[in-house]
Write a protein that binds this ligand. Structure first.
Ligand code: PLP
Length: 442
């Protein structure tokens, strides 16, 4: 593919014409409002969406880069972080930062663990962190960016990390142990209490990735669902990431990284005293920080309160139960592992799940295909209430079509369920080339 070449138009386009063009382009995007997607957008209903948009626009121009110029944004940020810390069992000492998303929270968690170790164990020159194979790629990205070696540990038949293998992998260079609550692929929670105890025994950090579960597990626990200890109540947990723009139903661009205390958080911060532009300090990775996302995050927490979140969590769990029961009742399909929450995958011993996914796509669903093992992934929200029945009916029909050999393979790959015909050899180079083409004007 040749390199696209687009220049700035000589003359501007009139506003109405431009907005019309944008709306027609947007019409081709994923239809998340209709409940046909199972990832990417967490839709809590019109009332919530309206509030988010208004709060966001009210602070559209705000910039949290300078915490002294926008005291209102600092108040929002501090309160959002404090509310999140309290939800996650943090004591009076707990503190954190608001970030642009789960990836930034994870990058900060790894960076802080690395720099804490640099201060306390300066003999470690080649730091390593232990992560389950199921951990979010953000940790591998953190390893890639931050010069920390990621040691990936297999999961057991229950899809939780193998504890004995974690213990085995700890060595004199280990600075951090990571567990997920829950992990994205099968939605199961790693044995956090045991991982954290091991980290404590070794005097190293333990990060819990609750990007998915941070705004769901505390509420379903209150609703009476069994939730294993996954937060600061587990001794040894030093940091937790929790995305408000997932099950917190905030506008995109809001996540929290929480630390057990300020002594740890200090290692996250960056300071520069001799810059000609003046004294400089920055808590997280980003410089300019859009006020809208921060304001919307504060607004949704205040608007919903515990009662609002409990209601959304109940609706989400009801949808999850109905979907799981429906899937388990279809011969040939089964739920993988025992997911505690509302994120899960289903696979088959007898059917080609790629084909099942293809058939569902043919019926208008946007499906997320996974690998190792091959399965389809669902992240359930209250927006799915109206489609549960249709989904199960369509899934039953899809399975029948696959059994009858009536589905033509599309070659769909397990990459955002969107790309096709990926080679099995050297797939990483394929992805790099694919991205080089994808991010080119066509
Ligand atoms: C989504 C997710 C992340 C990354 O969050 P982004 O907001 O997409 O950057 C990290 N961990 C888990 C478990 C996630 O589901």
């Amino acid at each position: 593919m040749s390199n696209g070449f687009v220049e700035l138009d000589r003359q501007g386009i009139p506003k109405e014409q431009l907005l019309a063009q944008m709306r027609s382009l947007q019409a081709q995007d994923a239809n998340w409002k209709g409940g046909k997607t199972w990832s990417l957008v967490y839709y809590g209903g019109e009332e919530i969406t309206d509030l988010l948009e208004e709060a966001y626009l009210t602070y559209f121009h705000g910039n949290a880069l300078n915490p002294l110029a926008f005291p209102s944004l600092r108040k929002f940020e501090n309160e959002v972080t404090a509310m999140t810390a309290a939800l996650l069992g943090g004591g009076a000492e707990a503190c954190g930062s608001l970030t642009s998303g789960g990836t930034e929270s994870v990058l900060m968690g790894v960076k802080t663990a690395r720099d804490l170790a640099r201060a306390k164990q300066p003999h470690i020159t080649a730091p390593e962190m232990i992560v389950p194979i199921s951990v979010h790629p953000a940790f591998l990205k953190a390893a890639h960016y931050l010069g920390v070696k990621a040691v990936r540990i297999p999961v057991g038949s229950d899809f939780r990390v193998n504890l004995a293998a974690v213990r085995e992998a700890v060595n004199e260079n280990t600075i951090l142990i990571v567990g997920s609550a829950p992990a994205y692929p099968q939605g199961v929670i790693d044995p956090i209490k045991e991982l954290a105890a091991l980290a404590q025994e070794k005097g190293i950090s333990c990060h819990v990735d609750a990007c998915l579960g941070g705004f769901m597990l505390p509420f379903i626990e209150k609703l009476g669902y069994p939730v294993p200890p996954f937060d600061f109540r587990a001794p040894g947990v030093t940091s937790i990431s929790a995305d408000i723009h997932k099950y917190g139903f905030a506008a995109k661009g809001a996540s929290v990284i929480v630390y057990r205390n300020k002594e740890i958080r200090r290692h996250q911060y960056f300071a520069l005293a001799d810059w000609p532009g003046g004294l400089f300090g920055s808590p997280t990775m980003t410089g300019t920080r859009p006020g809208g996302a921060i304001a919307a995050a504060w607004a949704i927490l205040k608007f919903l309160g515990e009662e609002g979140y409990l209601k959304l969590a109940q609706a989400t769990m009801d949808n999850t139960r109905a979907l799981m029961d429906g899937i388990n009742a279809i011969e040939g399909l089964q739920i993988l592992g025992q997911p505690e929450m509302s994120v899960f995958a289903f696979g088959s011993d007898s059917l080609d799940m790629n084909l099942v996914g293809d058939a569902m796509e043919g019926l208008g669903w946007h499906m997320d295909l996974q690998q190792k093992p091959s399965c389809l992934h669902l992240m359930v929200t209250p927006a799915h209430t109206s489609v549960v029945e249709q989904f199960i009916n369509d899934l039953r029909e899809s399975v029948n079509l696959v059994k009858k050999g009536e589905v033509a393979p599309s070659g769909l790959a397990a990459m955002y369920g969107m790309i096709r015909d990926v080679p099995t050899e050297d797939a990483e180079n394929f992805i790099l080339d694919f991205f080089n083409d994808l991010y080119t004007v066509s």
